[in-house]
Ligand binder design. Structure first.
Ligand SMILES: [Zn+2]
Length: 503
């Protein structure tokens, strides 16, 4: 073939791919006119790609919040029409699917309403002030085809701004597949938009509702430092752009691949303690785009949207994320050495004062979070947010001690990221974390891993000594209190590790 023929052929191949993609896409229209009634009215146009039956499903949960949310219960008035506007049967098939008989090429229009009256970050919400499209609770999609692309449009929108990490083309927001659609919340309202900033050539946006009266310029400088430090640790910045999306005051945030949706109390930034709390939270949510969205347990992606996704490894995805809050903030000069040591003391005391430590292992707290709730049941179970970072400390201290402080837990995180996410494009299996830690520590780490899989009490002093520290406990009136202090005599390695961990 000559050059022209190749070009013409290529053109037709691209045209076919384009037409194919177009035929396959889901077109959602969200009508916001029933905001006062806390209702989204959704219309979905879809051309069926096979003859037989087509099941449309809605997710049972929101990735990042490991609880069954039964979004199907909020769907009502579901109807289906063909292109001649004739009604077609649509029947509930399972608790989160609806079944329609279809012919290949048939155009379907499915309409339904979503009741969205609980203002919570893992759920969709709409009222007369704003709308938050938490996609898992709003979009039904063909159960048999998670690769289908989609377009989202809004009508009767009374508000000024729409913010999302979805790509905007003309008037629609576009997702390449169902994972992308469900991973991209959309906030609509009259929003405050803070100054955007660039890190390593990538744009970062911060916008939201009622951001409050605080020094937003200084805040953005802090957030930029967090992004710079986190991406320095991982030596990569994997997205095109990143959005911080705040739905207003409240509790909680959820991570996505290229964004985080969170609640935000800006006035916290006006006091030193509040500032620490706020920036810890921002750091946590931001670092999740590496840890859990990209470095992930194999059970957490590709997701099963129809039920529980049980994993033993939330001590990595959440626990080590808490550990890295302090590490990142300290290296970014946003947390002092004293503040960091105080937080470590707090973490030890919180875990040790919970009787649940005698009844549930760290791995079990992860696997059973679907039943025990996100933070566990105080006195009966434990929280991976509390014990996970403690194990992170022991691992980091051991790797540093065994390598003359040349390697650290950062190397483990990078290995998990570059091997399992970037090179093999998969989640890690449980034992691969232990293997990676042992590779850098150059020793068997069964003792530290016994703190994950058994109820063995943690021997803090054995490990804290590596940084020239000790953990004292005193018991008064039956209550044991732990304190971290410096050892009287330390060698140069202990000093180096101490200086490196608490800058
Ligand atoms: Zn988290």
């Amino acid at each position: 073939m000559n050059y022209l023929k190749i070009r013409i052929s290529l053109f037709f191949v691209l045209l076919i791919i384009f037409v194919q993609a177009k035929q396959d896409s889901l077109n959602y229209q969200i009508d916001l006119s029933k905001a006062k009634e806390n209702t989204f009215v959704v219309k979905l146009n879809y051309k069926s790609n096979h003859t037989g039956v087509e099941d449309f499903m809605i997710s049972k949960w929101t990735p990042g919040y490991y609880q069954v949310l039964d979004f199907d219960k909020n769907i009502s008035n579901i109807k289906c029409n063909n292109s001649k506007n004739e009604a077609k049967d649509i029947t509930k098939f399972t608790d989160n699917t609806w079944r329609i008989a279809t012919k290949k090429g048939e155009e379907l229009t499915i309409t339904y309403e979503v009741n969205a009256k609980t203002n919570f970050i893992a759920k969709p919400y709409i009222d007369s002030e704003f709308a938050f499209v938490r996609p898992t609770g709003v979009f039904i999609f063909p159960a048999s085809d998670l690769q289908v692309s989609s377009k989202v449009k809004f009508i009767n929108n009374p508000w000024k701004n729409i913010t999302t990490s979805l790509k905007k083309i003309n008037n629609s927001y576009n997702a390449v597949n169902i994972d992308d659609l469900l991973d991209s919340p959309i906030l609509i309202g009259n929003l405050n938009i803070l100054d955007s900033f660039q890190v390593k050539g990538k744009n970062h946006y911060f916008s939201g509702r009622q951001l409050d009266d605080f020094d937003t310029k200084d805040f953005i400088i802090s957030v930029k430092k967090i992004v710079e430090t986190a991406t320095d640790i991982m030596q990569d910045i994997p997205y095109d752009d990143y959005s911080f999306i705040s739905i207003g005051k409240g509790n909680g945030g959820i991570e996505q691949t290229n964004s985080t949706a969170l609640t935000f109390n800006g006035e916290l930034y006006n006091t030193p303690q509040g500032k620490q709390k706020l920036l810890n939270f921002i750091t946590h949510e931001y670092f999740h785009h590496f840890n859990v969205k990209r470095i992930r347990p194999v059970e957490l992606g590709p997701f099963n949207y129809s039920g529980i996704n049980r994993t033993n490894s939330l001590w990595v995805s959440e626990g080590l994320n808490v550990y890295y809050e302090g590490i990142i903030m300290n290296r970014a000069n946003l947390k002092s050495r004293e503040q960091m040591l105080n937080e470590w003391t707090g973490m030890i005391n919180r875990f040790e004062s919970n009787e649940g430590k005698h009844f549930q292992t760290l791995a079990e707290s992860s696997a059973h979070t679907w039943e025990d709730g996100p933070f566990g049941i105080k006195g009966k179970t434990i929280s991976f947010y509390e014990k996970g970072p403690l194990v992170g400390m022991l691992l980091d201290l051991t790797i540093r001690h065994n390598t003359q402080n040349k390697k650290s837990l950062d190397d483990v995180m990078r290995k998990l990221y570059y091997i399992y996410y970037k090179s093999e494009n998969r989640g890690f299996i449980e034992n691969e974390v232990k293997k990676a830690c042992e590779e850098f520590a150059k020793q068997d780490l069964s003792e530290i891993f016994s703190y994950i899989y058994t109820l063995e009490p943690i021997n803090y002093n054995k490990y804290f000594e590596f940084a020239g520290l000790k953990v004292n406990s005193t018991t008064k009136n039956g209550k044991t209190v732990y304190e971290i202090s410096a050892l009287a005599k330390t060698n140069s390695l202990q000093k180096d590790i101490n200086k490196d961990l608490f800058r």
